[in-house]
Design a protein around this ligand. Structure first.
Ligand code: ATP
Ligand code: MG
Length: 411
């Protein structure tokens, strides 16, 4: 029955999956904290215009991917497709311009109506950071360093590579736009319909096209570098110099543009060859005009977002959960539950089954990968004791019931 299937492009995350996700998210937040970032949680839906006005009218996200609906009061709302616009809105709503710089980390689900495939979902999860209020290009270096340190902490240092480009300042982009249109116009008829549209409304976007034919045409396009103003060139030089000084490897990819409209200067992506077509695991850039576009006081910003599903697929070494203690009653189930509660009270993870003979219960202890079994046998119970068996070595001791917490604390 189709109504019992999850909606296409959404997934139920089982405990093994959430364990991977949490590891990615917690590693990301622990890393961000080292750089002074606090966690922000904005609503998962906003007024549609928060996204429509900022992400760009010609962006894929706005033209075809948003989950937009009218709520019962007739407001047009959109499930957030990304995190930056909501953070920028929150920055303005909460008057944070008084306390610059603002450094925030976020995590959570994002929603895009895309064609589902491996690594491309309709509800997916991101972790991300935003640094607001710093004009200095060394801010770009810091957020990239944070990304690199997080990816290294996840054990992905050898699996990802950093690609970097500059989109320059407004003047550079204007000059580049002209050069790009001059190059692309003769190919107009051979471009995809989307790209023909983009050519008129936002030609830089053609560089980001996923269409094979477009990509072949784009391969011969002029590069941004030739159109940069001296100031934009200097800005980028500080970024690349900073990365070199910090020992962060990168390559310049002159065709890298970001899919959303609000970016300027630095654009970057960490990519992998290990995930097929969905190779971008983390992407970001500078967005100095975003807050002003939304109606706030002009505040420069830089940030990135990473796909938790894509990172989870790459990570090998997810720390195993704590191995529990299995409490095994031979008779009185409630007595076993009382022992389990005492052990949980001193911080242990404890598993107690609700039924079954000794054999079944030992099998369950194995299944939950218990480290130790506490067996409440009738004979020991008569002596006020329990058997504590190390399930790895098979050795066992009799422990007085009254001392059970102390026994585990000393173990
Ligand atoms: P793509 O080019 O793959 O469509 P994008 O430019 O749309 O990516 P961003 O908006 O920059 O992606 O999002 C940052 C990261 O979030 C991506 O690098 C990716 O890891 C992840 N991501 C984006 N869209 C999806 C999705 N539909 N499913 C899973 N992860 C996604
Ligand atoms: Mg996309």
């Amino acid at each position: 029955m189709s109504s019992l299937q999850p909606v296409r492009g959404t997934h139920d995350l089982m405990p093994e999956d959430t364990r991977r996700h949490r590891f990615v998210e917690d590693t990301a937040f622990a890393t961000a904290r080292r750089y002074g970032y606090g966690e922000i949680a904005t609503p998962i839906f906003e007024f549609t215009e928060v996204f429509a006005r900022t992400l760009g009218e010609t962006s894929d996200v706005v033209t075809k991917e948003m989950y937009t609906f009218a709520d019962r009061s007739g407001d047009s709302l959109t499930l957030r497709p990304e995190g930056t616009a909501g953070v920028a809105r929150a920055f303005i709503s909460n008057g944070l311009a008084q306390q610059l710089p603002v450094k925030v980390f976020y995590r959570g689900p994002m929603f895009r109506h895309e064609r589902p495939q491996k690594g491309r979902l309709r509800q997916f999860h991101q972790v991300g950071v935003e640094l607001l209020g710093v004009e200095n290009p060394l801010a770009d270096v810091e957020v990239i360093a944070l990304a690199w340190r997080m990816l290294s902490a996840l054990g992905l240092g050898d699996k990802v590579s950093l690609e970097l480009n500059t989109l320059g300042d407004a003047e550079s982009r204007l000059a580049y736009r002209a050069a790009l249109v001059a190059y692309l116009d003769p190919f107009r008829d051979r471009l995809s319909e989307d790209s023909r549209n983009r050519l008129d409304r936002n030609p830089l976007r053609v560089l980001d096209s996923k269409d094979e034919g477009d990509r072949r045409i784009v391969a011969g396009a002029p590069e941004m570098a030739a159109s940069l103003t001296p100031a934009a060139r200097e800005f980028f030089g500080v970024v690349t110099g900073g990365l070199e000084a910090l020992g962060i490897p990168y390559t310049v990819n002159p065709r890298l543009v970001r899919g959303l409209d609000y970016y300027c200067h630095t654009a970057f992506e960490f990519t992998t060859t290990a995930l097929g077509a969905q190779g971008t695991v983390l992407a970001g850039g500078r967005y100095d005009e975003l807050i002003a576009t939304m109606g706030g006081q002009r505040t420069p910003g830089i940030g990135w977002a990473a796909g938790v599903e894509r990172l989870s697929m790459l990570v090998d070494a997810v720390p195993a959960p704590e191995r529990p203690v299995a409490v095994i009653p031979m008779g009185d189930q409630l007595a076993a539950m009382a022992v389990a509660e005492r052990l949980r009270g001193v911080g242990l993870a404890v598993d107690v089954g609700f039924s079954g003979n000794m054999k079944k219960r030992m099998a369950r202890a194995n299944k939950v990968d218990a480290r130790i079994a506490v067996i409440l046998g009738e004979d020991e119970a008569a002596r006020g004791a329990v058997t504590v068996r190390d399930l790895d070595s098979g050795t066992q001791d009799e422990v007085a019931l009254a001392d059970i917490e102390r026994h585990f604390q000393e173990r």
